[in-house]
Write a protein that binds this ligand. Structure first.
Ligand SMILES: CCCCC/C=C\C/C=C\C/C=C\CCC(=O)SCCNC(=O)CCNC(=O)[C@H](O)C(C)(C)COP(=O)(O)OP(=O)(O)OC[C@H]1O[C@@H](n2cnc3c(N)ncnc32)[C@H](O)[C@@H]1OP(=O)(O)O
Ligand SMILES: Cc1cc2nc3c(=O)[nH]c(=O)nc-3n(C[C@H](O)[C@H](O)[C@H](O)COP(=O)(O)OP(=O)(O)OC[C@H]3O[C@@H](n4cnc5c(N)ncnc54)[C@H](O)[C@@H]3O)c2cc1C
Length: 620
């Protein structure tokens, strides 16, 4: 019987409530219904086809992208889609395009850093797309180091204007999406200078092109930076270059929500942390985490379906060859990726809550959770995008030669996805930000300041630095509290060890430079603990649907134990677990995989069907 026919048979028996799992994946019934409705809308509209994307020239690809963006906008208006539905539709169009930055950064920056008047002036035009904006922060010479940006915004009290200028070649704005051809305006991050004094980097709204003929305005040199990685991929986006030759803008075009310049040219830093200027990046980083789970689930869906259907070797007396999903090596490479998709989904849900919470706190001038939000968004963006990029490549390999075909979907998915490890903050640079947060927390232990939130475990570091993992049998590793304590102990010990070693250096900066690699690894341990703990919290919630919670528990154990296996060196070297306990964790992992491989072949397909159906519930 063909595997697919088998599936038909097994589907009828499936205990597992797929519809409920789809709702778990979507986050709510309403979210699922919106996603499902919009996904069908896009899939049924021939204008949104994307099967030809990799065959088009750059120019035709860009025209095709503009056509899709215009059609998407037309459908949003015609169908009176809500902001959530419109965002979903743009997401399902699934092609990097200028609107990602207009809606994803330009508008959020004005909302987050503009004052009331500026929001009232600019947002209505932006919402109606009467102006199209981009986020122009990165320069040819500086991307990670925002404080190193060179573009200047010099206040002229004579005319009540700022003069925007690109003083050097390296000050050319470089990379902003939507800049090369489409944007009429840009949010420019530049050094604010008043009366000869440099006040650091602030945001300015600058018009780049005429709203009549779309030509660059006087003093503006702008264009596209050319082909990027892959054929289709990000080449649908007009990432651009921009230079200013003493371009004058009105004073009220400086975003004044965080700091102000008076008519007299006096710089006023309101009593908010200067880092609020970075707020848009924090916002996008939290969105990128949820996006990682989507990209990862798509790759794993392709690789699972291939693994279930592909047969290779193992034929006995003329019978069918073995399904490659039966091979332990295929399972040990594939199943952790499926589990990661769910792990990233749930931590992304929590991160969205954390971001919403800090936004409400900021409105009440409560900045207490800002450092943790920065550390969480930076760390989770770094860890989930690195893991997802690696996973998409692994899924390509899991599909043998066919994975390298464009028609598999994997090459394009990889080429579009991998810049997520760089944009919105290079992943290593962001890990070092997390490390800075960890070292600051460790330095305050014993000061009476109790660590809270995702770093609360550091308050139990005395216990965590000496506890012994209570594992004597493989099945002991199925206890969430045992897993949680092992991950807490590893993270605490790695951070405390770094903090102690920093003391061996003349100063913190030198120590940080010398120990950067250890610090980045300690940051990864902390972030992976957050992901594990949020998965556990998800399992503690009421999860309806027959068999759904059971499947999620299996996925949690696969996720946590495969991570422990991958980082066994950390766990053993820091003394959290013994080599024997590490071996028991591996044994339990094999048992979890082998749950798919009961003697009864129909149960094998049943469990594979579950995985496939889990994936189907991740079709968006
Ligand atoms: C399809 C849907 C996908 C979802 C995405 C949706 C839309 C977008 C679509 C796609 C994205 C496409 C393109 C992306 C666009 C971009 O790439 S925009 C540019 C992104 N650039 C960056 O991310 C730059 C990274 N660099 C930085 O953020 C900063 O330079 C730095 C590394 C943080 C250092 O800053 P600096 O001012 O030097 O600070 P320092 O390290 O000295 O730290 C001082 C203290 O400030 C704290 N801090 C730093 N940043 C923040 C922050 N963001 N929030 C709060 N606090 C912050 C830091 O922790 C220090 O605190 P201490 O208490 O003093 O330790
Ligand atoms: C597809 C794409 C779209 C983009 N869209 C936009 C956009 O719309 N708007 C915008 O403003 N920008 C955009 N960017 C730019 C992006 O934000 C930057 O490229 C990113 O912030 C990284 O900065 P960088 O290029 O300067 O890399 P660098 O910081 O130069 O990184 C290069 C290497 O140096 C290492 N490194 C740097 N600093 C340190 C340090 N202190 N310690 C240890 N290692 C370090 C990094 O880890 C990395 O390995 C985009 C980039 C891409 C690829």
């Amino acid at each position: 019987m063909e595997a697919l026919d088998y599936h038909a048979e097994e589907r009828r028996k499936a205990e597992f409530d797929v519809e409920e799992m789809k709702i778990v994946w979507a986050g709510s019934r309403q979210a699922y219904e919106i996603s499902d409705r919009v996904a069908r809308l896009v899939a049924s509209d021939p204008v949104f086809r994307k099967d030809n994307r990799t065959m088009l020239s750059r120019k035709d690809l860009f025209k095709d992208t503009l056509r899709k963006a215009a059609h998407a906008w037309k459908r949003i208006i015609e169908l009176r889609l809500s902001e959530e539905e419109a965002s979903k539709l743009r997401f399902f169009v699934d092609q990097p395009v200028f609107t990602d930055l207009h809606w994803g950064m330009f508008i959020p920056a004005i909302k987050g850093q503009g004052n009331e008047e500026q929001q009232q002036k600019w947002l209505p035009m932006a919402y109606k797309m009467q102006i199209i904006g981009c986020y122009a922060q990165t320069e040819l010479g500086h991307g990670s180091n925002v404080q190193g940006l060179e573009t200047t915004a010099t206040f002229d009290p004579e005319t009540d204007e700022f003069v925007i200028h690109s003083p050097t070649l390296t000050s050319s704005k470089w990379w902003p999406g939507g800049l090369g051809k489409v944007s009429t305006h840009a949010l420019i991050y530049a050094r604010l200078i008043t009366d000869g004094q440099d006040h650091g980097v602030h945001g300015f709204i600058v018009q780049l092109r005429s709203l009549d003929d779309h030509l660059p305005l006087p003093g503006i040199t702008v264009g596209d930076i050319g082909m990027k990685f892959g054929s289709g991929a990000y080449n649908s986006m007009d990432n651009g270059v921009l230079r200013f030759d003493h371009v004058r803008i009105l004073r009220d075009q400086m975003l004044m929500g965080v700091s102000q310049v008076t008519r007299e040219g006096k710089f006023m830093q309101s009593d908010v942390p200067r880092q609020l200027v970075y707020g848009t990046m924090v916002y996008v980083r939290q969105k990128i985490v949820a996006d990682a789970s989507c990209a990862l689930s798509r790759a794993v869906c392709i690789a699972t379906r291939y693994s279930v259907v592909r047969r290779q070797f193992g034929s006995h007396n003329g019978g069918p060859e073995t399904q490659v999903i039966d091979y332990k090596t295929q399972q040990s490479r594939l199943f952790p990726l499926l589990a990661s998709a769910y792990a990233f989904r749930f931590v992304g849900e929590w991160l969205k809550w954390l971001y919403t919470d800090v936004t409400q706190r900021l409105q009440a001038s409560d900045f207490s959770t800002l450092p943790e939000v920065h550390a969480c968004t930076a760390g989770l963006k770094s860890v989930t995008t690195s893991a997802t990029a690696d996973a998409i490549e692994e899924c390509r390999k899991l599909c043998g030669g066919h994975g390298y075909l464009s028609s598999s979907g994997l090459p394009e998915l990889f080429a579009v996805y991998v810049p997520a490890c760089t944009y919105e903050g290079d992943n290593v640079v962001l890990l070092l930000q997390v490390a800075r947060f960890l070292m600051k927390t460790v330095s305050q232990l014993g000061s009476g300041k109790k660590p809270v939130g995702t770093i609360a475990y550091m308050g139990r570091s005395e216990h965590l630095l000496q506890c012994r993992c209570e594992v004597e049998r493989a099945e002991d590793w199925l206890k969430p509290n045992v897993i949680l304590e092992a991950f807490e102990a590893r993270a605490a010990r790695m951070s405390v060890t770094c903090a102690k070693n920093l003391n061996n250096f003349a100063n913190q900066e030198e120590g940080f430079a010398q120990l950067a690699t250890d610090l980045a690894e300690a940051a990864v341990a902390h972030v992976q603990l957050i992901i594990v703990s949020k998965f556990i919290e998800k399992l503690q919630q009421d999860i309806p649907g027959k068999g759904v919670k059971r499947q999620l528990e299996i996925l949690f154990n696969v996720y946590a134990l495969s991570l422990l296996h991958k980082h066994l060196g950390d766990f053993v070297a820091s003394g959290c677990i013994t080599p024997k306990q590490g071996a028991l964790a591996n044994e339990q992992l094999r048992l979890l995989y082998s749950q798919v491989h009961f003697d009864n072949p129909s149960l094998l397909l049943y469990m594979v069907l579950l995985l496939e159906r889990l994936l189907q519930s991740t079709s968006f």
